[in-house]
Every structure is written in structure tokens, then in C-alpha cells.
Design a protein around this ligand. Structure first.
Ligand SMILES: Nc1ncnc2c1ncn2[C@@H]1O[C@H](COP(=O)(O)OP(=O)(O)OP(=O)(O)O)[C@@H](O)[C@H]1O
Length: 303
């Protein structure tokens, strides 16, 4: 069933600690029915931003809107949040504490028990329901954390490093769960350092660097707007490409090269020139290669 969910708009959020600015005038949107990856190095300000979005930290300035109006307490209770410091009780049996958490979020004990049991079983923990959290491996504790954040069918999901420490199979299972929520129209924001994972999973990206949003938008759109690069392959030495005006050779290995067009408005002309001359130099392939999200990330966080 597709539920009408609102988007979350982060508007000019700033957080300062004394003279230190942890987050500076950050603005971005988390769209319903999409996965948004929140990328940034250690200390970039991701956790601080997410905590402000969840109302756990008062912004120095700026606000967060949900469905076009200021986010209120009821919205926040309806959201699923996985904090960086996690936050379940190590000494409590896992099912019991999930039932308790579900009740805090308005579920009956019976519904919470049945949904928690189903989700734990889906994550391969069906036989651990009565075990204390601390007796599980760290990766399995993390699976319980994700169950805690999605138990009550949240209206939005904000996840701080949800994939860190998970093995590939656990990542896949969790991704399936997040995708099914996303298909129901839930906005999902998750922070990560894992560029490859963000590249694989996200429709949208926010890149934070030293507290500032350096890039935001659709992953494809960001890749399209990145540097214009062409892959060139041939049967002869490709060093002649260094002499072509309007391009820079990013990488050259014998007959193969990666080129970047210096001025994207000149792309068609430069491309035509290379095609014509390439035919005289044994060219076998020549095609546009979009930058990866990793390239975009590195470009946006250079200084
Ligand atoms: N309570 C605090 N007092 C002072 N400075 C803080 C406080 N909380 C965070 N900071 C600083 O704010 C900056 C942003 O921290 P934050 O934890 O939001 O980054 P992050 O992107 O989540 O990093 P990581 O990926 O390492 O979790 C850091 O320089 C951090 O030291």
C-alpha cells in the first residue's frame, strides 16, 4: 500500500559549540519513497544534523519541516531513528525490550511481539528472541537495532551508520527491508562512509564537508553534472590525445586513455575532433564515462 508521506526539509540548520561550528547553514530535502545517502568524513557533522532532525539537539538556528510545516513531537515519535550510540539495553532479552519500545510508540504488546518476532526471524534471529542483547555478536546486535527502528512502521527513517559492522548478507537483508519501506513511500536518510554502498543503494545523496552541504540531489543528476569524461580505447599508442586542445588526459596507459573535457560547452566539438583523429589511430572504443559517486564525493570535499 502506498502511504502519502511528506518530505523532510532541512532548512539552514546551524549548530555551534562555543567557537566551533559543527553544522553550518545546512539545507537539503529527504524525499518520500527514496533512499538518501548522507555522506561525509568523520566529524563532518552528520550525527549532529540527524540529532537536530530528531529534536534531540536544539539547533543554533534553522528549522526542520515535515510535509511543509515545522516538524512536531508527534512526527518525531512516528519516525524511526537509529542513533550512532545505538541505545538498546545490553542486559535485557531482545524480544522483551522490542515489545516495550513498540508500546512506547503506541503499539499493543501483542502487535509489537508479533511484528518484532517476524522481523527478527527475517534477519535470521528467530531463535534468539529470549537472549540478552549482550550475548549477540555486534553485527547481530545491529540487526536488533534496525528492528527497533522499523518496528512501528515509521513515517520516516533516519539511520546513523546503519550498515557499519554488518556482513554482506546482513547488508542485503537490511537493504531489502529498507526498500520495502521505501516503496510504501517512507523517506529514508542514512549516513555512511561506504561510498560503494551509497552508490549502489541511493537515489539521492547529500554530501557534507566540514559542516557544510557541498552537494545534494539525485545520484544520477549529480553524476551527469560532474566532469565530462570519455573513455578511449585503441590498438595504437594514445599519447597523441595529450595534444588535443580542450581536453585533459586524466589517465593514459598505452593505447587506452581517460579524457576530461575542460569546458563542457565545447563537448560536441572536442568529441568530434577525437572521433575523426581516432579513426586514423586505430580507435576501437570511445564513449562518455559518468563519474562514480566516489569521484563526485572526492571532488566536493577537496578543500
Ligand atoms: N557536544 C559537543 N561539543 C563540542 N563539539 C561537538 C559536540 N558534538 C559534536 N561536536 C563536534 O562537531 C563536529 C561534528 O561532529 P559529528 O559527530 O556530527 O560528525 P559526524 O559526521 O557524525 O562524524 P562521524 O562520522 O565520526 O560520526 C565534530 O568536530 C565534533 O567534534
Amino acid at each position: 500500500m502506498l502511504v502519502e508521506q511528506g518530505s523532510i526539509e532541512v532548512c539552514n540548520l546551524t549548530k555551534t559549540y562555543g567557537s566551533k561550528t559543527a553544522v553550518s547553514n545546512a539545507s537539503f530535502t529527504v524525499e518520500p519513497g527514496a533512499m538518501t545517502g548522507f555522506l561525509g568524513a568523520n566529524g563532518a557533522g552528520k550525527t549532529t544534523t540527524m540529532r537536530m532532525m530528531m529534536g534531540l539537539l536544539e539547533p543554533t538556528s534553522g528549522e526542520v519541516l515535515y510535509g511543509g510545516r515545522p516538524l512536531n513531537l508527534a512526527d518525531r515519535v512516528s519516525f524511526g531513528y537509529m542513533p550512532e550510540e545505538r541505545g538498546l539495553y545490553p542486559k535485557q532479552p531482545i524480544l522483551n525490550q522490542l515489545i516495550y519500545l513498540g508500546q512506547l510508540r503506541g503499539m499493543t504488546a501483542t502487535t509489537a511481539k508479533s511484528r518484532a518476532s517476524d522481523l527478527l526471524a527475517e534477519l535470521g534471529l528467530g531463535d534468539r528472541l529470549k537472549d540478552k542483547l549482550e550475548s549477540l555478536s555486534l553485527g547481530n546486535q545491529q540487526r536488533v537495532q534496525i528492528v527497533a527502528s522499523i518496528l512501528h512502521r515509521p513515517q520516516a527513517l533516519i539511520l546513523d551508520e546503519p550498515f557499519s559492522g554488518l556482513d554482506p548478507r546482513a547488508v542485503d537483508t537490511m537493504v531489502d527491508m529498507l526498500h520495502s519501506l521505501m516503496r510504501e513511500g517512507v523517506p529514508v536518510l542514512f549516513s555512511s562512509h561506504q561510498l560503494d554502498l551509497v552508490d549502489r543503494l541511493c537515489d539521492r545523496v547529500v554530501i557534507l564537508h566540514r559542516g557544510e552541504v557541498k552537494a545534494t540531489g539525485g545520484a544520477e543528476e549529480l553524476r551527469e553534472s560532474g566532469p565530462v569524461r570519455f573513455r578511449y580505447r585503441s590498438e595504437q599508442d594514445a599519447a597523441w590525445l595529450r595534444e588535443v586542445p580542450g581536453t585533459e588526459v586524466v589517465d593514459l596507459a598505452g593505447p587506452n586513455a581517460l579524457l576530461e573535457i575542460s569546458d563542457r560547452t565545447q563537448t560536441a566539438a572536442v568529441r568530434q575532433q577525437i572521433l575523426t583523429r581516432g579513426l586514423e589511430h586505430g580507435m576501437t572504443e570511445f564513449f562518455r564515462e559518468l563519474p562514480t559517486l566516489g569521484d563526485i564525493y572526492r571532488g566536493a570535499t577537496q578543500q
